[in-house]
Design a protein around this ligand. Structure first.
Ligand SMILES: Nc1ncnc2c1ncn2[C@@H]1O[C@H](COP(=O)(O)OP(=O)(O)O)[C@@H](O)[C@H]1O
Ligand SMILES: [Mg+2]
Length: 406
């Protein structure tokens, strides 16, 4: 295959290893500086230029997008997606993972355990948020930090409040997170490629440091992961929309707690710790997937007016419970069931014989009007527009609604 590595760091260990691994396997590989692309939307089809010249044909790209160029970098990746060039990590996936809050929000609805996290803006909401995640000591994180920079452990609530207030005053958004003390300065980095963990290491913080990042002096050792840790890592990457990811997990009392999912994981630490050819596994995976360029399903399936993708929840009250999918009447209504979610389990292409249970979630494609009628509980009445009150703006400010002192 012909593959381009999108990177601003041709000399970095990871870039060099990926390039060498591709060459060893007989692929035609180039390292292209992400910032030298020009997105061209002037012609009939989406196009790209590189260093001022039309880009030649590629079968696949491997994006290694640094934190400082997320916007432009993901725009380039998205353009490759529009041109049907295979990418293991989508622009969406990279953006989702980059923002620690966004990642946490997305993972939280998929039964992935994470350290208790809160996000607030008003100063009066800070203390209750700290208490909600478990009180001091508490971890404070910048949304887009990396290599441990921007991750602070505040020993007392007062100190935490002061730090958060200071960061807010400089327009920085911060996460407030429970300090997972039981992990004792150690965490797990699992390198996910496709649907498996190809390598994993334990990182241990040194001295009185609580951050285990290699850039903060953390030491690394290879580990054999339990199926539980493997599954959580693979699912987290999958949910984020990443086929290649470094998933960071703390060791909680009840199992893994996902901290973050990295879309451009460094390879040096993990290859040295495990002695495994991670770069080779990545290249082999891409070569196997090239025939399946990433498709933005929603984008492609919602081009026919009136059709779309929706999730139907089988409510206990509805008469669907106990019926098979075949009996449910969905097919007669021109509704195709793509996946069935039951708790943490996902059944792709469910058969007509599957018996529906309460709280099953069916991801469906079909006529939106038909699907709307399948969720009567959620149907909203058209809200009545009321008359404007006599005194639309009260003269006295309401009690407790004082102006924000900040
Ligand atoms: N809630 C937490 N409890 C305990 N340790 C944490 C917590 N969050 C982060 N850490 C430590 O700090 C390190 C960096 O945090 P992380 O969220 O991965 O940010 P970064 O993107 O900078 O790596 C982690 O590898 C872990 O060792
Ligand atoms: Mg990290």
């Amino acid at each position: 295959m012909r593959i381009a590595i999108l990177s601003r760091a041709p000399r970095a260990y990871s870039t060099q290893r990926l390039k060498a691994a591709a060459q060893q396997r007989g692929h035609d590989v180039r390292v292209l500086d992400t910032l030298r692309f020009a997105i061209d939307l002037s012609g009939a089809e989406p196009d790209l230029h590189f260093r001022g010249r039309p880009l030649s044909d590629y079968d696949a790209v491997l994006p290694r997008i640094g934190n400082s160029i997320t916007y432009f970098g993901t725009a380039v990746v998205r353009q490759f997606e529009q041109m049907d060039v295979y990418t293991p990590n989508t622009a969406n996936g990279i953006s989702n993972a980059r923002d620690k809050l966004r990642a946490t929000q997305i993972l939280s609805r998929h039964n992935i355990q994470m350290p208790a996290t809160a996000f607030v803006r008003n100063r009066v909401d800070v203390r209750p948020a700290i208490e909600r995640v478990g009180g001091a000591p508490v971890v404070i994180k910048l949304l887009e930090g990396t290599q441990g920079i921007g991750v602070i452990l505040a020993p007392e609530v007062k100190v935490a409040e002061a730090i958060i207030e200071t960061l807010h005053s400089t327009k920085q958004n911060v996460l407030i997170q429970r300090f997972v003390a039981e992990s004792r300065g150690r965490d797990i980095r699992a390198l996910v490629v496709g649907d498996r963990v190809v390598a994993a290491m334990r990182r241990t913080a040194t001295g009185d440091e609580f951050r285990s990042n290699v850039h903060r002096g953390g030491t690394v050792e290879a580990v054999e992961l339990s199926p539980e840790y493997e599954q959580v890592a693979v699912r987290s990457a999958q949910i984020m929309g990443l086929k290649i990811a470094g998933v960071d997990m703390l060791m909680g009392t009840d199992g893994p707690l996902v901290m973050e999912v990295n879309s451009s994981p460094g390879l040096q630490g993990i290859e040295e710790a495990t002695n495994l050819d991670v770069a080779g596994a990545i290249v082999d995976f891409i070569a196997n997937q090239v025939a399946f360029p990433e498709i933005d399903v929603r984008q492609r399936l919602t081009v026919s007016t009136g059709y779309g993708v929706a999730e139907l929840v089988v409510h206990a009250a509805a008469n669907l419970v106990g019926q098979t999918l075949g009996e449910s009447g969905l097919w007669e209504r021109d509704i195709t069931v793509l996946t069935l979610h039951r708790g943490a389990q996902v059944i792709p292409n469910p058969r007509k014989g599957v018996v529906l249970e309460a709280e099953d979630r069916l991801l469906c494609f079909g006529k939106l009007e038909e699907m709307r009628s399948m969720i009567p509980q959620r149907r909203k009445r058209r809200a009545k527009v009321r008359k404007l009150p006599k005194d639309p703006i009260p003269r006295e400010p309401a009690v407790g609604d004082a102006a924000d002192p900040a």
